[in-house]
Design a protein around this ligand. Structure first.
Ligand code: 13P
Length: 341
């Protein structure tokens, strides 16, 4: 298969009605935080057990089309010796890989950050592909404050995401570009909308400059919400209106799907907000999910590191996936939470 056909085939598998992507690509420090919250020590063996549990969830592909893994997970195996990426494929879930190397401060831009990992990316992608990865994810973050993000940060981050995406496509790997405007802060929803619109505008300009084929890429943005420390929460209708408005202004119709991150929203909020967006008029792209915390939190809590709790954790993950599958179709109602369906 040539590279274009390979990219198209992966897009068709990832973008399916009623399905979304599971982000299980927490870096070692992040998974340690998640494990800490449930009293589990983050050893390589515990991480292997937990990620095996996720991938062995019966019928995972009913609502999950792809899973983003961390580098370590790509090389791990189940108890019976099946490589975890192979298990994903057998389950009908496309394995992907987080390829950025985390963030650090951006020189000459106080308070802003930039993501590392472009050097040697081509070679790393070859290795990941040999291990079964068919798509990739790269995350850049933007902090909202009175002074940030600066113009410099918006431009430098867009350039980096575009270069990453171009390198992936040359290799036949579908890139997920993730520009995350963080929820931290006291700002109101209008400020989040203004920053998110500027970030996306710059990003698509850069993707065009780097000749990224939008038909073969996915966008993973934040939803437009007030900051976590703002006095008021926004209801799902307001989040949906504000988010879709800026997406319509900035994201070309050629892009097949927008898969939101959850970014610290509760599982219920993330589902209700996605549902509200899918209840608006039809959009040029699919509106889906690529949640980490909002899909995994209940499963992590149910598991608690106990082997006898594996089935309960899998049931919790399946339920969250199912509810988000309903939100993909605009058919979610909050009473489904207690009904367990
Ligand atoms: P959250 O949904 O927990 O924000 O994670 C998504 C993700 O992949 C962040 O890079």
């Amino acid at each position: 298969m040539n590279t274009q056909d390979q990219l198209q085939a992966t897009i068709e598998l990832l973008v399916q009605k009623g399905k979304g992507i599971l982000a299980a690509d927490e870096s070692s420090p992040t998974i340690a935080k998640r494990f800490d919250a449930i009293g589990v020590e983050s050893t390589e063996e515990q991480r292997r057990r937990y990620r095996s549990l996720i991938l062995e969830t019966p019928n995972l592909s009913d609502y999950i089309s792809g899973i983003i893994l961390f580098e370590e997970t790509l090389g791990q195996q189940t108890d019976d010796g099946t490589p975890l990426p192979e298990l994903a494929s057998r389950q009908g879930v496309v394995p992907g890989i987080k390829v950025d190397k985390g963030k650090g401060s951006l020189a000459n831009a106080p308070g802003d950050e930039i993501t590392r990992g472009l050097d040697g990316l081509e070679q790393r992608l070859e290795g990941y592909q040999a291990q079964g990865a068919r798509f990739a994810k790269w995350r850049n973050v933007y902090h909202i404050s009175d002074r940030t993000p600066s113009r410099l940060a918006v431009e430098a981050n867009a350039e980096m995401l575009a270069r990453y995406a171009a390198i992936c496509q040359a290799q036949g790997i579908v890139p997920i570009v993730e520009p995350e405007v963080l929820m931290d802060g006291e700002h109101d929803i209008e400020r989040c909308a203004e920053v998110s619109e500027a970030v996306l505008h710059e990003l698509f300009h850069a993707l065009h400059r780097h000749r990224v084929v939008l038909e073969h890429a996915l966008l993973k943005p934040n939803m437009v919400t007030p900051g976590k420390a703002h006095a008021n929460r926004a209801d799902p209708d307001e989040v949906a209106q504000q988010t879709v408005r800026i997406l319509r202004r900035t994201v070309p119709a050629a892009l097949p799907s927008i898969n939101f991150l959850s970014g610290g929203q509760s599982p219920e909020e993330a589902t209700a907000n996605l549902n509200a967006m899918n209840c608006l008029a039809p959009q040029p792209w699919e509106l889906s999910f690529s949640y980490g915390r909002a899909l995994q939190q209940p499963a992590l809590q149910a598991w608690g590191g106990k082997p006898e709790q594996v089935a309960a954790a899998q049931a919790a993950l399946y339920q969250r996936a199912q509810l988000n599958g309903a939100a993909r179709r605009g058919e979610y109602v909050s009473s489904m939470e207690s009904a367990g369906s």
